[in-house]
Structure formats: structure tokens, C-alpha cells
Ligand binder design. Structure first.
Ligand code: AMP
Ligand code: TRP
Length: 354
């Protein structure tokens, strides 16, 4: 038995402003993972067309996500940072995956159901096939580990299902091409071409909730700007939003159990813990028994101190886009070279003539 080489892959859509949920659920983890791992981080511009077909400034949005990556501390030399459309192999593999994935699997995707709304007949085919392109994003590098927020869990399970079905359906061809690896999935030995991707979701803030309603996740699309902290917010905006954040009348508990049934308190403690790189238990050990009137100003300080250097650097990077564009161009070239190695093998496995 052998193992696939560890490769970390993740993507962020260039739609709307990045917020604290994106930062804590995804980007901060990307930064931590770059030490000692081979990492590929992608601005998924092709996915952005599923949210909105015509954009006023898609190029600007792509650059701003790349700027957020760099400003947060991702090193574009050690890692690969690029935009998805620069590597057409993603779309090519996605087509093959569209033929592997079953309609029944796609019909279960909760994000599709949410985004399509009531009139599903009017949703685009792209929105429906979104998770298949996402699987291709990862697997075109034979990616093994994917840091994401909790909302992406179901899509990653689908990526595993697609990889597994491809491996089983093409088992003989994979053997003939001599490109597979013997792995075990559960207790089953499988001769695999694609790895079973592992989600990296854990942490104190896998799902950052709205500051106005602890039952809704913090989202780019929430009509209330008070519901989220944007990465581009200045110190005054951050302070105002945290001061106005919904809470209950009780103080902070000393034990984790005391957060049960208190989603707003739980959310603020989780945000503090993630920003401070501590566990929620540690945060409660420090603030247990205190009122929100004490906790909130501490959270404001922590959030401003953590985010303002990133915001400043993002602004600086966005002033002259030549640097960002050069990073994306270089990343695109390196990503393409790797993706092409996989696709040549996939073309052989599937039986395309080349
Ligand atoms: P998106 O903006 O939808 O492309 O999301 C980019 C990344 O941020 C994904 O890994 C999401 O899972 C993550 N993310 C988005 N919203 C949240 C949230 N409220 N809490 C934690 N992670 C989030
Ligand atoms: N679907 C992800 C989101 O909305 C973005 C994404 C696209 C992604 N391709 C990916 C995340 C591959 C991880 C890996 O957040």
C-alpha cells in the first residue's frame, strides 16, 4: 500500500467582499498550512459566473482575492497562487466528471437548492454542475487536503464520490496505463488514480455566524452590512459592528457547556478564539463571568489589531496591479504545467487519442 503525495488545494470565489468568515474559515488556514506542505490556492473565477453571469469588474474582484491571499501572508513563491480560468484543464476534467457524477448526487446538494431557490428550472446548468468543477479543481492536481469552511463539506464528499467512481469504473484502464496507486478506502483495497480528498474544517470558527442573527452564517450576500465584518472595513466600522452585535443579557460562561443554546455568544467566543489562535476553552477561562461590555471591547481590539495590517496591505497591493498580475501569471503557468501532467494521464485512461 502506498499513499498519494500530500497536496493542499483550496479556492475562493471572486464574488463580493471577503469577510471574517472567509478569513477565519479559509484564508487563515491556508496561511498556516503553507509551512511544510505543497499548497495550491486558486481564485475560482469560472465558478463566479454561476453566481452572476455578467460582472462589472470581475478582473478587479479576482485581483482583490489574490491581494487578500498575499496580504494575509500566503507566499506566492513557495505556493502556487493563480486564477482558475488560466488553467483550462480544470474545465476539461470537469467535463469528464460531469459524465462520472450522477444526477441523483447533484440533486442532493444543499447549496444548489439554496442558491437555485424556488424556480429551479431557471437555474443555470453551471450552478448545477458547480460541485463537479470544484472536484476537478482539486483533483486536477491530485489534491489530498482541502481547507474550507463547514459549508463546503457536502461538496467535498461529492468530490470523493466522483473520485471513487472514476477509480472503480476505470480500474482496468488505470492499471494498463500504469499510473495508479494502491490505497485502502475504509477496509477496501482500491487501485486509485484520484485520491480521496480530506476536508480540513476543524478549528474554533469553522462556521462564523452573522453578527445580527446567530442562526445564519456570515455571508457576502446578507443584505445587512452590520451582519458581517469585511476584510476592507476600517477600525471604526469593525468597532461599530462588534458593539452592535446581537448578544443575550447573560455574561460569559466559564465552561463550554454554558454556550449551549446561546448561538450569538458562542459565535463571538469562537471568533475571539480563532483570531487569538486559542481554543474556546482558553477564551472562557479568561473571560468567564465577565459581561459583554468587557468582552466586546477586547474583541474589537483583537479584531482591529489582526485585520488592519491585512487591510492596509491589500489596499497597497490594489493600488498598482502589476505586481498581483505578475503573481497570478506566474502561478497560472506553474499550475498549468502540473495540471497538464494529470490530464495527459487522464486522457490515456479515458481513451482519448493524443
Ligand atoms: P466563498 O466566498 O463562498 O468562495 O467561500 C470561501 C471560503 O470561505 C470557503 O472555504 C468557505 O467555506 C469559507 N466560508 C464562507 N463563509 C464562511 C463562514 N461564515 N464561516 C466560515 N467559513 C466560511
Ligand atoms: N465552492 C467553494 C466556496 O464557495 C469555492 C471552491 C471552488 C473551492 N473550488 C474549490 C474550495 C476547490 C475548495 C476546493 O467556498
Amino acid at each position: 500500500m502506498s499513499e498519494f503525495k500530500k497536496l493542499v488545494f483550496s479556492g475562493v470565489q471572486p464574488t463580493g467582499n471577503l469577510h471574517l468568515g472567509n478569513y477565519l474559515g479559509a484564508i487563515r488556514k491556508f496561511v498556516a498550512l503553507q509551512d511544510g506542505n505543497d499548497c495550491v490556492y486558486c481564485v475560482v473565477d469560472m465558478h463566479a459566473l454561476t453566481a452572476q453571469l455578467v460582472h462589472d469588474d470581475l478582473r478587479g474582484q479576482i485581483r482583490s482575492i489574490a491581494a487578500a491571499f498575499i496580504a494575509s501572508g500566503i507566499d506566492p513563491v513557495r505556493n502556487i497562487v493563480f486564477n482558475q480560468s488560466a488553467v483550462p484543464q480544470h474545465a476539461e476534467l470537469a467535463w469528464i466528471f460531469n459524465c462520472v457524477a450522477r444526477i441523483g448526487w447533484m440533486n442532493r446538494m444543499t447549496q444548489f437548492k439554496d442558491k437555485a431557490g424556488k424556480d429551479r428550472e431557471q437555474a443555470s446548468l453551471g450552478l448545477y454542475a458547480y460541485p463537479s468543477l470544484m472536484a476537478a479543481d482539486i483533483l486536477v492536481y491530485r489534491g489530498t487536503h482541502v481547507p474550507v469552511g463547514d459549508d463546503q463539506k457536502q461538496h467535498l464528499e461529492l468530490a470523493r464520490d466522483i473520485a471513487m467512481k472514476f477509480n472503480l469504473d476505470y480500474a482496468e484502464h488505470i492499471r494498463k496505463a500504469g499510473v495508479g496507486i494502491d490505497i485502502t478506502v475504509g477496509d477496501e483495497p482500491v487501485h486509485a488514480y484520484f485520491p480521496m480528498v480530506e476536508p480540513l474544517i476543524d478549528g474554533p470558527a469553522p462556521r462564523v455566524m452573522s453578527l445580527r442573527d446567530g442562526s445564519k452564517k456570515m455571508s457576502k450576500s446578507d443584505p445587512s452590512d452590520l451582519s458581517r465584518i469585511n476584510l476592507m472595513d476600517d477600525a471604526d466600522a469593525i468597532s461599530k459592528k462588534i458593539r452592535k452585535a446581537k448578544t443575550d443579557p447573560d455574561g460569559l460562561p466559564s465552561e463550554i457547556d454554558g454556550l449551549k443554546g446561546r448561538p450569538e455568544a458562542d459565535n463571538l467566543v469562537g471568533i475571539y478564539a480563532a483570531l487569538a489562535d486559542k481554543s474556546k476553552i482558553d477564551v472562557l477561562a479568561e473571560f468567564g463571568g465577565q459581561q459583554f461590555s468587557v468582552f466586546k471591547p477586547a474583541l474589537v481590539d483583537l479584531a482591529v489589531n489582526t485585520l488592519s495590517p491585512i487591510t492596509g496591505e491589500m489596499r497597497r497591493l490594489m493600488e498598482d496591479t502589476t505586481h498581483i498580475d505578475a503573481i497570478l501569471r506566474d502561478g497560472g503557468e506553474r499550475a498549468r504545467a502540473r495540471a497538464e501532467v494529470t490530464m495527459n494521464e487522464v486522457r490515456d485512461i479515458v481513451g482519448f487519442l493524443r
